[in-house]
Ligand binder design. Structure first.
Ligand code: DC
Length: 233
């Protein structure tokens, strides 16, 4: 007998579209597993620093990615705790610098291939909510529901500014917009698994929506498609 394949909901989009928070809330509401695929690229970027591997050294990064000693420990109302080689790196990987470094290593085809099976291993009972750039196009092309979130660069930078302010980090809106556009360009123009909506994705413009409204819209889509078992409300 062919074993049943667990259902997957993919949430893709650029940074600042709210996909991380939306995915987390959705996973919690459904009682499903959660994959923050960006965290894997961020951890790899950090590991490359630790082991003095250049961000362009594809062959060494591929080996590093294959042997990455990383654990994700689920937390009740927050992003998972991330442990790299026994060290808690949950906060270190969340900086803008690490986000940019992640975007550079993520453009390398051998790195993406090396991280593929690791991401697919998150597909476990009762289901998975997967957050990233290529979840619906490459990693889980057979996902039951695919969502692609968008928002203007200005709105996304403003959201990021408020998040950083809350953490006592001061940056200018102008600098954030410039960095964000540069990261978008790199993520969208790379040859392998570029940031784009899957043909069968539901696109949601989050510019004027709260996180709760986005989650509700997705739950409504899940319900109306009737492809998943009854949803916990
Ligand atoms: O979602 P994030 O900001 O944590 O992701 C950091 C970088 O990692 C992002 O700029 C591009 C890369 N990334 C990717 O290429 N593919 C994914 N599925 C997730 C992230």
């Amino acid at each position: 007998m062919i074993p049943p394949i667990e259902p997957v909901i993919t949430i893709d989009g650029a940074s600042g579209t709210g996909k991380g928070t939306v995915s987390q809330l959705l996973a919690k509401q459904l009682g499903w597993n959660f994959l923050d695929s960006g965290a894997l690229y961020r951890v790899l970027a950090l590991a490359s620093q630790k082991h003095s591997v250049a961000l362009e050294d594809e062959a060494s990064l591929e080996v590093l990615a294959e042997h990455l000693d990383v654990q994700f420990i689920a937390k009740e109302n927050d992003l998972p705790q991330v442990i790299l080689e026994g060290e808690d790196v949950t906060d270190i990987i969340r900086t803008e610098k690490m986000g940019n470094a992640a975007s550079i290593v993520a453009a390398l085809p051998a790195v993406r291939a090396a991280l593929l099976s690791r991401q697919r291993a998150f597909r476990d009972a009762p289901g998975l909510v997967a957050d990233g750039r290529d979840m619906g196009t490459v990693v889980f092309p057979d996902a039951e529901i695919k969502v692609f979130l968008t928002a203007s660069p200005e709105e996304r930078a403003l959201r990021r500014l408020n998040q950083l302010k809350a953490r006592g980090i001061s940056v200018t809106l102008g600098d954030l917009i410039t960095e964000l556009k540069e990261r978008d360009r790199r993520d969208q123009e790379r040859a392998v698994a570029p940031l784009k909506a899957a043909d069968d994705a539901i696109c949601i413009d989050t510019n004027h929506l709260t996180i709760a409204q986005v989650v509700d819209k997705i739950l409504w889509e899940i319900d109306s498609k009737k492809v998943l078992p009854a949803i916990a409300s």
